[in-house]
Design a protein around this ligand. Structure first.
Ligand code: ADP
Length: 481
């Protein structure tokens, strides 16, 4: 379907919004990817109504139809991963291999949940009353509002849409303002997958309008959100007030501990990959390197050398290791955090400055800050850019305490060859995901994803654990009479 304005998809129809918004390439701001519809509140409400109308038939319909639709979507994403990966990189700014990889991951997620459709069973237990049996089944919730961020414009929508549909729910999907291109492409694939009209709806528009309508509307049974802590907390209050189910994935301030006994190459790779790839724009990115005395100087020297060799450039250029920051506002925030850190006493050991490239974009040299302490803002607040700091510690015990000294708890990593310390860390890290000798960012698609403390709220996403959020439990008692 070729479009001059990419429209919203509501009740099986492609509809113009109240307004349109240009989608601009962060690697080259002269490149406009397209004009995308912006819904108003009335259109968001009509999508919710369409989803409600479709729910009774869809939730009662056969599981074969659900399996087939998800499998078809997964197959098409996989077949078109290079083309859609290029769109993703052009729109969001991660490099082309990263973009293609993300689309491939989205494909696998749809295929995983196509399988889950067939595997979702219940339990049968004996009753304490003779002659009675008890069975426990999972049932769909209703209409799920999905509010997504810009940093994984294919994978995050996929890991919300696929389980929502797999377990028999209808969907109103609101992508982030900065990445309507991937959202529209995904919606277009879903529109041809054989779903009845209204089961899946795409509503592009502003968070304060469309997101707010989803949060407030009594017809939306549950809301799954990924984004900032401030918006997440706001959504929590709005959904709690009307007793809607809610799941939030928010920020991180993820530590990577490097102990004296670590393999230096592994530690440096984990640090550079985890903190700076995808321009540091991952909620699982490492942003605090906690390094023991004996390896500290060698680690800093080696990370600096590695950063020196990386190429920051247009996301679609062959050989680019790191693409641009997503937009001007995020770049200004990253630069400001580097300044704040230096003003608070940190040493800027590498990079941090804005860069010019052949094309006008939001380029920034990865930043490494040393001599930082736990109280500094750079070690407490999420930056969400290619900026990481180093804290020097005496030993493992101090490192663990520092790693846990944060309001967040998404991912936590350690590089060590000590089985004792690795085992202790896996047990005591206050995080939803723990990595040993691996980057904090980079997770499998078939196992649970999520965190603790201020990072997350509600049941985990992904893998078969996703059913906790996307279904409700019914306990049925039967007597033969
Ligand atoms: P970021 O600062 O990374 O853009 P946000 O939390 O603002 O993170 O955005 C994440 C998602 O939440 C986006 O889809 C955005 O449009 C949406 N959003 C923003 N404000 C609201 C709101 N008041 N209600 C619901 N959704 C919102």
């Amino acid at each position: 379907m070729s479009e001059s304005v990419f429209r919203n998809y509501i009740g099986g129809k492609w509809l113009a919004g109240e307004d349109t918004q240009a989608n601009v390439n962060p690697s080259d701001t002269r490149d406009v990817i397209g004009e995308y519809a912006q819904a108003g509140q009335a259109q968001a409400e009509s999508a919710i109504a369409a989803a409600r109308a479709a729910f009774p038939a869809w939730s009662a319909g056969g599981i074969q139809a659900r399996h087939d639709a998800l499998d078809r979507i997964g197959n098409e994403l996989h077949a078109r991963r290079e083309e859609l990966g290029a769109l993703l990189s052009r729109e969001e700014g991660k490099t082309l291999p990263e973009g293609i990889g993300e689309v491939g991951r989205a494909a696998m997620i749809f295929k995983f949940f196509a399988g889950e459709v067939l595997r979702t069973g219940g339990e049968v237990l004996p009753s304490v009353r003779p002659g009675v049996s008890v069975d426990i089944v999972r049932q769909p919730l209703g209409v799920i509002g999905l509010i997504a961020p810009w940093n994984f414009p294919m994978a995050i929508p996929a890991w919300k849409i696929a389980p929502a549909l797999a377990y028999g729910n209808c969907v109103v999907f609101k992508p982030a303002e900065l990445v309507p291109g991937c959202a529209w492409a995904l919606a277009e694939i879903i529109s041809r997958a054989g779903l009845p009209a209204g089961v899946f709806n795409l509503v592009m528009g502003r968070g304060s309008v469309v997101g707010e309508a989803i949060a407030q509307h009594p017809g939306v049974t549950a809301v799954s959100f990924t984004g900032s802590v401030a918006t997440g907390r706001h959504l929590l209050a709005a959904t709690a007030a009307r007793q809607a189910k809610v799941q939030l994935e928010m920020g991180g301030k993820n530590p990577l501990i490097v102990l004296d006994d670590a393999d230096l190459d592994i530690a440096v790779n984990c640090a550079v990959q985890g903190a700076y790839f995808s321009t540091g724009q991952r909620c699982t990115a490492s942003s605090r390197f906690i390094v023991t005395d004996g390896i500290h100087d060698r680690f800093v020297t080696a990370v600096r050398a590695k950063l020196q060799g990386l190429r920051v450039d247009h996301a679609l250029k062959a050989g680019a290791d790191i693409g641009p920051v997503v937009d001007a506002k995020q770049l200004a925030q990253n630069l400001e955090y580097v300044d704040i850190a230096v003003r608070e006493g940190a040493t800027l050991a590498f990079g941090g400055q804005a860069l010019e490239r052949e094309t006008p974009g939001f380029y920034q040299m990865p930043a490494l800050l040393t001599d930082t302490t736990p109280g500094m803002r750079i070690n407490r607040e999420e930056v969400f850019g290619p900026v990481a700091s180093v804290m020097r510690v005496r030993d493992y015990d101090e490192a663990l305490a520092m790693a846990n000294d944060t309001e967040f708890g998404l991912a936590s990593g350690i590089c060590t060859t000590s089985l004792k310390h690795a085992t202790h860390f896996r047990q005591h890290a206050e995080a939803g995901m723990v990595m040993v000798n691996l980057p904090t960012a980079g997770v499998d698609y078939h196992v649970p994803f999520g965190g603790r403390k201020a990072s997350s709220y509600g049941p985990r996403e992904q893998g078969s654990y996703a059913r906790e959020f996307y279904t409700t439990v019914k306990t049925a008692y039967t007597s033969a009479g």
